[in-house]
Every structure is written in C-alpha cells, then in structure tokens.
Write a protein that binds this ligand. Sequence first.
Ligand code: ZN
Length: 449
Amino acid sequence: MKVTFYGATREVTGSCYLVETSASRILVDCGMFQGSAFTDAKNFRDFGFNPSSIDSVIVTHAHLDHVGRLPKLVRNGFKGKIYATPPTVKLAKVVLDDAVAIMDDEFRREYRPKLYDQNDVNTVIKRFVPIEYSRRVRLGGLTFRFRDAGHIIGSAFVEIEEAGGPCIAFSGDLGNVPNPILRPTAQLVERDVLVMESTYGNRLHERVNTREQRLKDSIVSTLTQKGVLIIPAFAIERAQELLYELNHLVENHLVPSANVYLDSPMAIEALGVVESFPQYYNDHTREMVERGEDPFSFPGLRLTRTREQSKTINESPNPKVIIAGSGMMNGGRILHHLLRYLGNKKNTILIIGYQAHGTLGRHLYLGDRRVDVLHKHITVKARIESIDAYSAHADQQQLINWVGAAKRLPGHIYCTHGEEESSIALVSRLTKELGVTADVPHFEQTVEL
Ligand SMILES: [Zn+2]
C-alpha cells in the first residue's frame, strides 16, 4: 500500500490523500485550498494525479476544505462513487451549493474564474453513497469503515485495511470534546499507520465548560445597556451550537429577553440538516428531542433567510443579538451589520472562531481601531470580545490523549492539516511522550507502508 499527500501538508486546507494498492486507487477527501481569496489559485492547478484513474473517494466530513474540490474532480474525469455518512451527504450539498453561489457572484462582480459550476455539484451529489458509522465496506482489495470523529455532525475518521496487508487510519478533523450536541470522538483501534490532523497541534483551548458562562456575561452586559451583540459564526456546526446554548440561557431566564437573529441562509439550511439526524446527537440532546423539546429554538429567535428579511433587522429596536456569517468577517451579511454597529460603544462583537491572517476578523481580534468595511473607513468603538473554547477542533492535549488511548499505538504517524509550526509541535510531543515515530509529510510525498 502507498499513500501520497496531495493537500493539507504544512497547511490547514486542501485535504486530499491518495491510497494505492495493486488493486485500487482511492482518495480520502478532496478539499479546497482556502486563502484570502475564496477560490485560491492553488485550486486551479492539476491534482497531481489523473482523476479518471481514481476508483472511488471516501469523504471524512462536509467542510469545504475536505469536499470543495469534488466537483472539479468529476469535471476532470472522475467516474466513481463517493462514500460518506448520511449527514455528510446532506451537508455537502449545502456547502457545495453555497460555494457555487459565491463563485457565480465573484464572476459577476469581478470576472474571477469559476472552478466549477452547479452541474458539477449536482453530479457529485448523485455519486454519493451514504454509509453509517461502523459498517464495513469492501472496495477492491480494501475494506474501510467510518468511526465518529465528534467534529461536526456526521464527521468521521476512517479506518482502511488491505487484505493481508497494512491497516491505516485517517483522522479527518477531530472534535473538541465535550460538544453540546455531538457524541465524543470514538476510540482509535490498532493501526499500523495514522494520518492525523494537527490544526491546534501547538495550542490548548480554554475549557469548554466555561464558555456558556462567558457567552452569558457578554449577552447580559450588552443587552442591559441596550446595545447590539454581533456574533460572527461559521454556518456549519458553530451556529447550531450557539443556538443550543442560547436556547439554554433563554429558556432558563439567565439572560434578558431580546430578539436573536440568525442571519445566514447557509446556517439556516445546515440547521435543517442537523435537525433531521437526531440519532447522531449525544444522549443528552437526543433525550431533549424525545421529550418534545426543540434544542435549537427559543422565544425571540428569528431566522432571516431572504435579503428583505435581513434588512428588517436594521429597523428592529435595540437591544438585539445578530448571528451572521462569514465567521472570519471576510464576506457575507455580517459586513453590513459591522458597518452599521462597529462605531457605537454600546455594541459588542463576540469572536468565537479562528481568524486567519489578512481577514477583517483578524484585524478586529488584534484590536485595530480603524478598519475598512465594504470600502468604507470605520473607527471601531464597539467592544471586541473573544471566546476560543468554541473551536470545533481538538487541541494539542486532546490530540495526544486520542492517540494515547489506542489499544496499540500506531507504528508511524503523519501529521497533516496544520500550519507547519503546529504540525511540528505535535510531532515533537507524540515522539517524546508516546514514543511513536511521527513526522510532517511534504506536498506530493509518497510513503510506502
Ligand atoms: Zn472540518
């Protein structure tokens, strides 16, 4: 068996790995590279392999950096099936439809080339084969199964083995445990080789159980002075977790009553997907649903799908809470709200996710008081707060614990899906504390198992 790394090497995005045996050629993930531009130039390059030579694709989860180049793969000749869990199949449609809408929009406004179109996305959706966790599937001379990764709904790490040959696991993205909605990450079983993510390979998060208190403090202080609380949120998972925690705060009268707007069509669609898979929730949240409670809805919640509905938010009186995308404030409806509310000291911007270099979110996070929003100069008077315990990724200690809990440690670990310093930091701890062999692969490096 051979594995070649075609993405997410010494960077976070573009996950794409080729697994080859004498009998089959299988891709694990086919994600988009994400930089300051939506369709980063790297996505237009050749894959490095011939798409028509690939038999099938196994997808770990529906984030764009894991599924975003699937439409390009079919456009360039891939004819096989795509395997993913049922929620991943549904969410991938939401994510890829949105990606095409953004590409169409960028093409209209700035003539930016499109990586693919809606037809390619529709073909991808037709090729999906839904596979539940733990079910063993045979592909050529290989067998694979998905295990719960606890990262977003339907997310999986995947175990692959060759009859009479080596066994390997790809971690996909691993969750930040405990998660209010999802089950914890399943235990890793014996593997010869592990390819694992290292997004936070050099960092520790705040404790998850303090975050609801901090969210509450932020809401109470902003609403009591009749301000506007703006929460930029990623549409998949983060937005739904926020609704879950807001539901708890509102239903228990722990915060003053006010309108809460979910102003993101994609987050609203993703919410529909999440709600259609209660069997994927953890026990606590599933029992809520069985008792007839809605974990994601509460008095005052308004879902604003259309542009017209979104505009009514401006006219509604303060105080209010607005959840909108994009999560890094580099596009989307959030910009209109920032333009309107950044200049008032009664308002608060609450940052709950990773802010990449070069984004408006990063500037605000670093405390810049003069920023450009939609080509206008704004003096920031609103308070900027941040809670990093909302991360959807395991931190360094959680990654070490996950590997360390395996019945037998992997013989070799390749750390991917992290900035270089992050991957190197994780390799160094894995080597020192667990005594395993680990390293950080290079782009297009092939390893023989
Ligand atoms: Zn992810």
